[in-house]
Design a protein around this ligand. Structure first.
Ligand code: IDC
Length: 344
């Protein structure tokens, strides 16, 4: 406001209205001023872009947890401090495996739903966006878990519907299943979430482990010609740069010009999340994602022994997570990119 500026310029001490004060009197989750989620607010899809509350296209960057059934030991204040203040991440993806054979959600729905609530609350206190990852993987058909997914997402959405920093990913990596079956699953889940949280941003994986079918040797047109019937919806794409080369860059470039895409998981190494890094190949994806403002989360912010876990083994039993002292090479490399200036 012009009058505010001119008064301030005169150096007159007067009480000026604070920005961000609402008159509605509704309780909204407190996001720290200046944090990524406070600045950008409720996300929405605009065209093929992800936009902030002002309709400006933005790119979110951040980290995925490892499976919270295995690596909840990392979930401590210094680990969150590192992600928020040292890495300056915009987003945390919380990977909740489903299958009993992995010790996932199925083994104890109450425990894992509560654990997800606690990650969401902590991310909110930190001003991060939080991506709730229904980490179905094996079996690869998300329809196996439709009833369980509905129960889980209904409770999550009902509890957190007033937050503006939550993103729902309803299927991590569908595999061994046709796109039409994934689309059918998505169209069952979306109304369940939207009944509770109408303006929510929802993502689903695509066939071929979230490659728009490319890892299944299918053409992405199968997805592009049969889109999910929903608004505010994005498709996920995953890659592991040592195994997934220029042809995957081309697919990502092609699909992201046609539909909104979020890279909810990628690695700089082999698809096992282990083995040698290929930073030069990863850089090609990073450049594309920067140019097109495609948001991403890297796998993963844990101390697993594999090369894709950014911390050296044993780090999570201590309290030192910030800086580069405890990082593996992938961590040093990815941290630099996550830390680089936000573009909003
Ligand atoms: C891997 C974990 C490993 C676990 C395995 C379970 O690193 O500890 O035993 O899953 O199958 C993905 C998956 C992600 C994988 C990761 C690395 O989303 O769950 O984690 N990856 O293999 N897709 C491509 C790679």
């Amino acid at each position: 406001m012009a009058w505010q500026r001119s008064v301030a310029a005169l150096g007159v001490a007067v009480a000026l209205p604070l920005t961000g004060v609402t008159t509605a009197g509704t309780a909204v989750a407190a996001l720290p001023a200046g944090s990524p989620a406070a600045v950008n607010g409720q996300l929405k899809v605009c065209g093929v872009q992800l936009c902030n509350k002002n309709g400006k296209a933005i790119q979110l960057r951040g980290m995925s947890t490892h499976g919270i059934q295995w690596f909840n030991g990392c979930n401590k204040s210094q680990w969150w401090d590192a992600l928020t203040n040292d890495w300056k991440a915009d987003i945390v993806r919380v990977a909740m495996y489903i299958a009993a054979k992995d010790g996932g959600y199925e083994t104890n729905p109450r425990k894992f739903t509560d654990l997800m609530h606690s990650y969401i609350e902590e991310a909110t206190r930190r001003g991060l966006y939080v991506l709730v990852d229904w980490h179905q993987l094996d079996p690869g058909d998300p329809n196996v878990y439709t009833a369980k997914a509905k129960t889980f997402f209904k409770e999550i959405a009902a509890r957190h519907k007033d937050k503006t920093n939550i993103i729902y990913d309803i299927a991590n990596e569908p595999n061994g299943v046709s796109w039409s079956k994934i689309k059918s699953y998505a169209e069952q889940l979306i109304p369940v979430i939207r009944a509770e949280d109408p303006d929510s941003l929802i993502i689903s994986g695509t066939n071929g482990w979230s490659t728009f079918g490319h890892s299944d040797k299918q053409d992405p047109s199968v997805v592009l010609n049969n889109k999910v019937n929903a608004t505010n919806f994005m498709y996920s794409f995953h890659f592991y740069a040592k195994d997934h080369r220029d042809d995957y860059v081309s697919v990502l470039d092609r699909v992201s010009s046609k539909v909104p895409v979020f890279v909810t998981e990628f690695g700089t190494q082999e698809a096992t999340g282990d083995g040698p890094n290929d930073f030069a190949m990863t850089q090609k994806f990073i450049d594309l994602m920067k140019r097109k403002k495609i948001s991403w989360a890297n796998w993963n912010f844990s101390d697993d022994k594999r090369s894709g876990a950014v911390f050296q083994q044993g780090t999570c039993s201590g309290t030192s997570f910030s800086g580069t002292g405890k990082l593996k090479p992938a961590g040093v490399w990815v941290r630099d990119i996550v830390r680089s200036a936000d573009q909003w």
